[in-house]
Write a protein that binds this ligand. Sequence first.
Ligand code: FES
Length: 108
Amino acid sequence: MTLLALCATDHVPEGEARRIEAGGFDYAVYNLGGVFFVTQNLCTHGPGNLGEGFVEGDEIECDFHQGRFDIRTGQPTAPPCTEPLTVWDVTVRDGQVCIDPAAGRKTS
Ligand code: FES
């Protein structure tokens, strides 16, 4: 497993999301109460950037059509989103939010 560092933990304030480009891919990094989560940045409905969306509880609201996803699972929770996001398990190492890029998964 090769870990990729996406950003420093203090780059993502609690209750917010950030769009991070790393290794040629756009990720969205979230901080929920000091616990970090990562999904794909691109909304599965269209061109919305989830890392620039609005965190509401455990959900991210897309800034494009206001669809929503569960940040922890990637499952869509509000229309018009119907397709899940790819999510990655996070390892925090040396103050960096890290993922294994090859280990992204979608729950159906
Ligand atoms: S692009 Fe995200 S809800 Fe349409």
